[in-house]
Design a protein around this ligand. Structure first.
Ligand code: SF4
Length: 365
């Protein structure tokens, strides 16, 4: 059982196994399943989810990017043999490393399609220890630190592959729709916190250099971060290299230190995360990412959701530009029974609370 708000705004007991909610929460996995099977187009899963959310809340909107068409031949693949599994999984979405060490492809619901990821944390170390994190830290690592030259070569090769007919000859991409195969962004991400990498600035330089050479259609860069290092001078130098079309997606999943200690399990205080988001979002828009889950059978309380929404309101009132809050839940299969996804209804209620209290657009993914 979890809590859900009643008409007066107070949360009440709610059966987390309610039909429909569980069905919806499984939708993102359909996308992964389609990739794993090399099977049918998974775009329907996104549309299905959108429709459900629209019925519950009519304020949903979409932001789709388009890219100019240009065909290039892919350069040769990196020479070094790689002991990495072709398909690995993180947060329930398969990542296809294409034989690379650092650069992978994935279909991401929050990207609304194909994303290239650059893993800045091959050592799988993170300064958070999120209760829902699915990074397999116990498994042996291939690299301890990102090799910037290799990552740049891999990114270039991957971009070339995406813009060549060759992608269609590879499973599992041969049966996916053209829409699903449009590149939505290049994500600076990782099996840890990307901005904690001592090579963060170098990686950003490499990515924007490839973009500036104009060999490929323009691609958006998205930094996916837990926000803890946004105040580092090197990170700020990297952010200055990004354009206004690039995005920062920053994690905020608690309104109180107590709840952050339960979910994110980090020595970085909530206050620092809020300050870093405020400082960064004062200069450029920051999209907030919030994963809510149930821990040992309990979802976030009404009081916690209220505090979370109030922190967002405080940020907005202090001048933070937050165009969107992405609300989503842990996806299955979970690595521990201790953590479970929240039903769609509860995530929709959290989104409604954000809109009502903070006055910020919120979408459920
Ligand atoms: S911040 Fe990301 S990588 Fe780090 S523990 Fe949390 S979910 Fe995992």
């Amino acid at each position: 059982m979890v809590n859900r708000p009643g008409r007066d705004g107070s949360f009440r007991a709610f059966d987390a196994t309610a039909q429909g909610s569980v069905n919806w929460a499984g939708s993102p996995c359909k996308i992964g399943a389609a990739i794993r099977k090399g099977g049918v187009v998974a775009w329907d899963a996104l549309e299905e989810r959108k429709d459900i959310i629209k019925r519950e809340d009519e304020q949903m909107s979409t932001q789709l990017d388009s890219a100019p068409e240009r065909i290039l031949r892919p350069p040769e693949a990196p020479a070094r043999p790689v002991e990495r599994k072709a398909l690995t999984s993180s947060f329930a979405y398969p990542r296809d490393f294409l034989g690379n060490r650092f650069v992978y492809l994935t279909i991401s619901p929050r990207a609304r399609g194909l994303s290239i990821g650059v893993n800045l944390n091959p050592d799988r170390k993170c300064n958070f220890d999120c209760v829902y994190c699915e990074v397999a830290r116990a498994e042996p690592t291939v690299d301890e630190i990102v090799d910037c030259e290799a990552a740049s070569r891999e990114l270039e090769a991957t971009l070339a592959l995406l813009h060549s007919p060759e992608l269609r000859n590879r499973a599992p991409y041969s049966t996916l729709s053209s829409e699903l195969l449009q590149l939505k962004h290049v994500a600076l991400s990782g099996d840890g916190e990307p901005t904690a990498s001592p090579r963060f600035l170098e990686v950003v330089e490499g990515v924007v250099h490839i973009r500036a050479r104009g060999l490929f259609p323009f691609f958006k860069v998205v930094l996916i971060t837990n926000g803890s290092h946004l105040d580092d001078p090197e990170v700020q130098a990297g952010l200055r290299l990004l354009t206004s079309r690039d995005e920062i997606w920053a994690k905020l999943e608690a309104g109180s230190q107590k709840y952050m200690d339960l979910v994110n399990r980090s020595s970085v205080p909530l206050e620092k995360i809020l300050n870093n988001i405020l400082e960064t979002a004062g200069k450029r828009p920051v999209i907030i990412q919030s994963l809510f889950c149930s821990v040992e059978g309990h979802g976030p309380s009404d009081e916690e959701i209220q505090q979370y929404a109030e922190r967002l309101r405080d940020l907005r009132e202090a001048g933070a530009k937050i165009p969107l809050v992405q609300i989503y839940s842990a996806t299955r299969p979970m690595h521990t029974k201790k953590v479970q996804h929240l039903p769609l209804r509860m995530m929709s209620e959290i989104a409604a609370r954000v809109r009502h209290v903070a006055g910020i657009r919120a979408e459920v993914f």
